[in-house]
Design a protein around this ligand. Structure first.
Ligand code: GAL
Length: 415
């Protein structure tokens, strides 16, 4: 073989090796964090990934709550082209695992000691038959009331601690020509308000029986009738343009004093913070009336994909997501609290501290509960069946008795 051929071959190998070495970890990441606060938060992960030599391909799917994102995911997986990493939560992780399309990230979890860094309730959601199949980002609390501090002060209203107090405050605000409840008329938002009302009226045990055990007696109880009665009142407290409104636009209504309250998870706090608003001064937070804590843990699952660079990207992402610094910086922006238990909350605000304290209390007294509305308590068929009834009731003059009948039938038919 002529030397020129050997040199040519050597340079070709060298080029391939350098090309391979240059590519490095890569990931196409599907998520639905597109609002101001959400985008600022996911940018933290994107930056850390690239700071560590990763190439991030963003696949944001707009639409709060993630329904549109999950539709896009199903299309991609069915076409045999799954994203590298996907924002995926709760039982949906198990559903995709059972399809055999998730990657095992146990080696990262073990190397990084995740078992000892996470509350058992959270670690449980991240495991599939004993292997680690998702990386947790945060703990959001769902059952919050957000309030415009000036609107309340100007109208002599205190933060409500019971639903009767909420109704009295709302009636007073209505009389003053102020929209009591900022709301976006999307099914997942109706479900968010519904589960907060249900937690307060059914209590933690009743909530668990209804939305985890799907207990027929609880689903058809007088207490469930009372939940729908309260939802009928809530419908009377929203403005005429609520239908289809995005959740963060409802948050903006509270921010600018167009409305007094919003009942929403603490991703809403991420919007207030992104707008430079100060908790305790510009806006107030209080858990919705009643005992208990509804948690919503965002996480990312890695899908089985080909290519060493993508696999390296998945390993790097998983490690960064549970990294101590990321868990602090991301959650300061997102409005949630870290999933990791060893992250100092010194830089977190009063609402985050209340969330952390209440989570610990709820964990110790058995009232720490998975959010049904945000896909933590039930699989898609069951949670969707409940939400269909809730949003049908909210957007009609359906009686509470009819709603309860529809609810138990819908749950039965979804099994
Ligand atoms: C939830 C998600 C939150 C937030 C919210 C609104 O399902 O867990 O992180 O994004 O939707 O989009």
């Amino acid at each position: 073989m002529k030397i020129t051929h050997i040199l040519a071959a050597a340079s070709a190998v060298g080029f391939l090796a350098s090309t391979t070495a240059m590519a490095g970890p890569e990931a196409e990441v599907l998520h639905w964090w597109t609002s101001g606060g959400e985008a600022k938060s996911v940018a933290v992960l994107q930056q850390e990934f690239s700071d560590n030599g990763g190439t991030w391909t963003d696949m944001p799917v707009a639409g709060g709550g993630g329904d549109a994102a999950m539709t896009a995911l199903r299309a991609r997986v069915l076409s045999g082209n799954a994203p590298t990493a996907v924002q995926l939560k709760g039982p949906a992780i198990q559903e995709w695992y059972e399809e055999g399309v998730l990657a095992d990230i146990s080696d990262v979890a073990k190397a990084e000691n995740w078992e000892n860094l996470l509350p058992a309730a959270i670690a449980g959601h991240m495991k599939c038959e004993g292997t680690w199949c998702a990386a947790p980002v945060n703990v959001h609390r769902v059952d919050w009331i957000w309030a415009n501090a000036k609107v309340l002060a100007d109208n002599g209203i205190s933060l409500p601690t019971t639903w009767d107090e909420f109704n009295a405050a709302a009636d007073k605000l209505m009389a003053a020509g102020i929209t009591p409840l900022a709301h976006g008329g999307q099914a997942w938002q109706d479900a968010t308000v519904f589960e907060a009302v249900a937690l307060g009226i059914l209590g933690p045990d009743g909530f668990r029986k209804a939305f985890i055990d799907l207990d027929e007696a609880t689903l058809t109880s007088d207490a469930m009738i009372a939940v729908f009665d309260q939802m009928r009142k809530m419908r009377g407290y929203v403005d005429g343009n609520f239908s289809g409104r995005d959740w963060n636009l409802a948050t903006a209504m509270v921010m600018n004093g167009e409305a007094a309250f919003q009942i929403m998870g603490d991703w809403a706090k991420g919007e207030f913070m992104a707008a430079g608003k100060v908790p305790g001064k510009d806006f107030l937070c209080i858990s919705t009336p009643g005992d208990g804590y509804l948690y919503n843990v965002d996480s990312f699952a890695m899908f089985a994909v080909k290519g060493d660079d993508k696999k390296a990207g998945q390993q790097l992402l998983a490690k960064l997501i549970m990294g101590k610094n990321f868990q602090k910086v991301f959650n300061l922006n997102k409005g949630s609290i870290p999933a990791r238990t060893d992250v100092s909350l010194d830089e977190f605000d009063s609402c985050a501290l209340l969330s952390s304290q209440d989570m610990a209390t709820s964990n110790s007294n058995g009232s720490l509960l998975p959010s049904y509305a945000h896909g933590m308590a039930l699989r898609g068929a069951q949670s969707g069946a409940i939400t269909d009834v809730v949003t049908a009731h909210f957007n009609s003059d359906m009686s509470s008795a009819d709603a309860v009948k529809m609810l138990v039938e819908a749950v039965k038919n979804s099994m």
